[in-house]
Write a protein that binds this ligand. Sequence first.
Ligand code: FES
Length: 86
Amino acid sequence: MPSTSDRGPRPVPAAAPARRVSVDPQGPVLVEGPVEIVRDDGTVARSDRFMVAVCTCRRSRTYPWCDTSHRRRERADPPPEDRDPR
Ligand code: FES
């Protein structure tokens, strides 16, 4: 489980390896951990996991971490031309 602290972001060493980030358009942003996220109020949430799923839909109960709540999105009815005429 990710931890939370009130420490600010740390400076990144010049020779630090690049972080790899994957964006799922229907879900979270996957970031190679460890990760620290500065919230709007200035507090910092930290996760030491190998891969961290950061919520982009803001539906997560564990925000800023993805809890898969994005999957519960209601699907809109298909447009009339895509419906089965039967
Ligand atoms: S992206 Fe997964 S809960 Fe928000």
